[in-house]
Write a protein that binds this ligand. Structure first.
Ligand code: S3P
Length: 444
């Protein structure tokens, strides 16, 4: 995949199917690594920069397909985004009402964050727009954002009465609402908070359990009036947002693949530098520690409202645990790789209350179970999670990512500890969130 900067326009060449073979290296994992910038924070930095007044400069931006989908949509809305270098972006914001009616369909690709957060912002715009995604995204539930955005006054239509994309939006004239979301989803919460910027009065969102709070932190630093009380967040409409300098920390969801590899490989000691450790995202660290891995934070600091540290992970004898409830949104994207840790643990690991996995880039319960079973993992699906019996050694096999980036990377970690060779089909999808994943894995 190649990125070019032609007069401010982002272009990337469509990827071709990639098959990767990985052998068990039987080597301990040591040294220091850095992982690319946080995906959630990168999306939000460009989106908020585009509706703020003045320039927003971003360092550590994740140059992956998902985040570049957001950049391309913003460009179609008439905002100048300059790529200054790897991970360095300049967004020339034009204020809350500076976007132009797009002449073309907005394409969110594989990215749920792009589609759902943009739906919130487009709901505030007094113009017509159409947004679509790839086959996977157009199959994911959009009613969860469309329904409350309609309650606020947006006019949205689409497939299946607006439950699926492509969706057409005519926004404007929004009213603040108090919405109790049935799902703990940062994308739903963020879409409503972003629409709330355009609403008369205050918009309040309540969730069953707290989801990641990057939007709240960043909105505050751009100048919005936002109050968080437990699982309830409120935002006042029509603030003045001003451009910011944002340094995006490393993505804990990307680091998780290497943290698990170190935690299950005897005598390993790995340092992940400059990693985001926002408590709404550190579920994987808490659970690996509970299982027996040794993890500590060094050089703790704060960057652009987000806590950051160098994280040290040491091998430990792992034992099975139950993961459920409020921990699930804190590690939802790490569950594919958590199964590999569970397979190396003594005893049983039960993952429950994770029905949201069924509506990710793929049905991740079905996807993980079917592919990990090919490697000999003792794993069974449940309606809202899975059960893994640890201790059965993994065997190399031919597996498929099912076009899901996190399944591809979890399979690669399993391949590094399985006997013999594993071949992963459709491995190109790692470009969605982590274009450098395979070279980094190889270098360890
Ligand atoms: C994200 C929220 C989560 C997560 C996704 C990124 C975000 O999705 O799984 O990878 O950036 O807000 P949900 O909001 O659907 O839980």
């Amino acid at each position: 995949m190649k990125f070019e900067d032609l007069s401010g326009k982002v272009i990337y060449k469509r990827r071709e199917a990639v098959v990767i073979s990985i052998k068990n290296k039987n080597k301990r994992i040591t040294g220091s690594i850095m992982v690319p910038g946080d995906k959630s924070i990168s999306h939000r930095a460009v989106l908020l920069g585009s509706i703020a007044e003045g320039t927003t400069e971003i360092k550590g931006f994740l140059m992956s397909e998902d985040c570049l989908s957001t950049v391309k949509c913003i460009q179609k809305l008439g905002i100048h985004v300059e790529i200054l270098g790897p991970g360095r972006l300049k967004v020339l914001g034009k204020g809350l009402f500076g976007w132009q009616e797009p002449r073309e369909v907005l394409e969110a690709g594989n990215s749920g964050t792009t589609m759902r957060l943009l739906l919130g912002l487009l709901s505030g715009q007094d113009f017509h727009s159409i947004i679509t995604g790839d086959a996977s995204l157009n199959n994911r539930p959009m009613g969860r954002v469309v329904h409350p955005l309609r309650m606020m006054g947006a006019s949205i239509d689409g497939r299946e009465q607006g439950k699926k994309a492509p969706l057409a939006v005519r926004g404007g004239n929004l009213q603040g609402i108090h919405y109790r979301s049935p799902v703990a989803s940062a994308q739903v919460k963020s879409a409503l908070l972003l629409a709330g910027l355009y609403a008369n009065g205050t918009t309040i969102v309540e969730e069953p359990v707290k989801s990641r709070d990057h939007s709240e932190r960043m909105l505050r630093s751009f100048g919005a009036e936002i109050i968080e009380e437990g699982v309830k967040v409120s935002i006042k409409g029509l603030p003045r947002l001003s451009g910011q300098k944002i340094i995006v920390p490393g993505d804990i969801s990307s680091a998780a693949f290497f943290m698990v590899l170190a935690a299950i490989t005897p005598k390993s000691e790995l340092i992940v530098e400059n990693l985001g450790i926002n408590p709404s995202r550190t579920g994987i660290i808490d659970i690996l520690k509970k299982m027996g891995a040794k993890i500590s934070f060094e050089n703790k600091r704060n960057e652009a409202g987000e806590p950051v540290a160098d994280v040290v992970i040491k091998y430990g004898t792992l034992h099975g645990v139950t993961v459920s409830g409020a921990d699930i949104p804190r590690l939802i994207d790490e569950i594919p790789v958590l199964t590999v840790a569970a397979a190396h643990a003594v005893g049983q690991t039960v993952i429950k209350d994770a029905g949201e996995l069924r509506v990710k880039e793929t049905d991740r319960i079905q996807g993980i179970v079917s592919q990990m079973a090919k490697l000999g993992m003792d794993i069974l699906p449940r309606e809202d999670g899975m059960v893994i019996n640890g201790g059965r050694p993994l065997q190399g096999a031919r597996v498929n990512s099912l076009h899901d980036h996190r399944i591809a990377m979890a399979l690669a970690v399993a391949a590094r500890v399985a006997q013999g060779e594993t071949t992963i089909e459709n491995a190109e999808c790692v470009n969605i969130s982590f274009p450098n994943f395979f070279p980094l894995l190889e270098s360890l």
